[in-house]
Design a protein. Sequence first.
Length: 124
Amino acid sequence: MNPKAPQNRFSPATSRLPINLEDLLRQRTVERDRIEYKAGWNPDAIIRTLCAFANDFENLGGGYVIIGQDCDEYGQPVFPPVGVADNQLDKIQRELLQYANQIQPPYFPVLSIESFAGRNLVVL
């Protein structure tokens, strides 16, 4: 294991992600059009993306929204991630639940708080 490589502070046993976080961030296991990077919590844009991923007509398994990870003009992730402040994590979860209750039919995405390069990421 490379000691300089960013590590996920959560063990695989506690992560809710079905895939490796670094593979997801670097688009190794999921196609780019199924990953949306958001530097911060912008509920309107994020909920629209979640609805689009929930309407998975091609049965690709939806997609991932990664909050706290910025991207360049080509949609490629920029490292290190911006991250989400500790004091914002509860707020994001509460607001996400409120928005999810407004979707018809209700849609509740799986949420996983991860750490990468020492920064919090919220993965939906």
